[in-house]
Design a binder for this molecule. Structure first.
Ligand SMILES: [Zn+2]
Length: 414
């Protein structure tokens, strides 16, 4: 991926960014957070308790839209399902996006009731991305309270399709719609303030499907069995060597097939997630999966006792692909984040990860992904938790970063 920056000559320089907290309105917005932390926590609980399985984010989107409208933004839901709240800038031809994904990994029916104990909350999705969504609302609210007028228009976005097989469709749509005006994207995902993701980890998600005639476990014994073939192919695949550098990983995350214990199944499928710091390694690993599944089918056919009862078919399909990319080290966005870190007394390390920022970064648009403060753990598990202690640091850091890149209109002296 080419490394480039779209920083315009009008982008605020670091010197201006570090003066931001001196601006009375910025100060007022920053000061809004601490006395309103319990409001922010309550919104996090409220949002988390509205289920948002992949492809079923609409109910949560409607609630976020209402809250963004309450914060004085012009809010709408686009045709992809993203919520977009606009804070109009002096310069409407340039846009900065701050976004938090609406969706969770949890299927419909998951108990999402939040259990609270002091500053600690527990529920599936509470941190990923209850924290990001609560922060998005808090930032909009603080900006409204302080009558902040940005230079560039800021869009507050709750986007769909970040998790699972969503394939970043929400972010793809946002970038598609605003590309010509889009100057930077800040992604709020989960908790913490100790990192900034500037490097997009490339990944692919694949599904292997093997089908056969199927039959009875006793009378059709010896017929080629799709599950057998899948297991044979899977064992070959997990023995594939991957390099430690560039770091490359694979995960068989789902395997399914068959209808009952006494039937020869008519189909078997598995889903694999592969990730790498190198697109070449990804391509190599994808080919390896195809070869292993083909070999598994071949092995099963070779050992089938009765090939007259039909043969196996197989295919491997790409479910999704996240392109890679990197933010230029001298980008105005990274300068804004560094200045924000300095202003709130925070230190953060650069990370490579697979996030919504992959899409803008792969197109050469400046983007980062950061945590929205506090602490959390157990993401993607039923034991997920979040502790809001100290979350104001994350809120201030995010606000200063976004204002650092949008700029703030000069105050008229009164
Ligand atoms: Zn997330």
């Amino acid at each position: 991926m080419p490394v480039r920056s779209v920083g315009s000559p009008h982008a605020p320089r670091q010197a201006q960014v570090s003066r931001l907290p001196d601006n009375a309105r910025v100060r007022a917005a920053l000061d809004w957070f601490t006395p309103h932390i319990s409001w922010v926590n309550d919104q996090q609980v409220r949002i988390t308790e509205i289920p948002a399985p992949p492809f079923q984010e609409a109910q949560r989107a409607a609630a976020v839209k209402e809250l963004l409208a309450e914060a004085g933004l012009t809010a709408q839901i686009d045709k992809t399902g993203n919520v977009i709240g606009e804070l109009r800038g002096v310069n409407e031809r340039e846009i900065v996006v701050i976004t938090a994904h609406l969706d969770t990994v949890f299927p419909p029916g998951t108990d999402v009731k939040v259990h609270r104990d002091g500053s600690r909350m527990a529920a599936p999705g509470i941190s990923d991305n209850g924290t990001g969504l609560a922060a998005l609302l808090a930032l909009a609210r603080a900006a409204h309270f302080a009558h902040l007028k940005p230079q560039r228009t800021i869009l507050f976005v709750g986007d769909v399709g970040e998790e699972g097989e969503g394939n970043l469709r929400g972010m793809r749509a946002i970038v598609d719609t605003y590309r010509a005006k889009l100057k930077a994207v800040v992604v709020l995902d989960g908790s913490g303030t100790d990192y900034v993701t500037t490097k997009a980890l490339a990944s692919r998600r694949l599904e292997a499907l093997i089908t056969g005639p199927g039959g009875h476990s006793w009378s059709d014994f010896g017929m080629p069995n799709p599950i057998n073939a899948l297991v044979r192919g899977s064992v070959r695949f997990i023995n594939t060597k991957v390099p430690a550098s560039p770091r490359t990983t694979f995960n068989i995350g789902q395997i399914e097939g068959g209808t009952s214990v006494n039937s020869v199944p008519h189909e078997a499928r598995l889903k694999v997630d592969i990730r790498s710091e190198s697109e070449d390694e990804l391509t190599r690993l994808e080919s390896a999966l195809r070869e292993c599944i083909a070999a598994g089918v071949r092995d099963e056919m070779d050992s089938a006792r009765d090939r007259s009862k039909g043969k196996l078919e197989w295919k491997v399909e790409l479910l999704g692909s996240r392109p890679g990319g990197e933010l230029a080290p001298d980008s105005p966005l990274l300068a804004a984040l560094r200045a924000a870190d300095e202003a709130v007394g925070n230190q953060s390390r650069i990370e490579r990860s697979s996030t919504d920022a992959n899409i803008p970064l792969s197109l050469g648009i400046d983007a980062i992904s950061i945590g929205a403060g506090g602490n959390g753990g157990g993401a993607h598990s039923l034991q997920e938790w979040y502790d809001s202690a100290g979350r104001e640091t994350g809120l201030k850091r995010a606000l200063l970063t976004i204002l650092g890149i949008s700029g703030v209109a000069e105050e008229k002296s009164r």
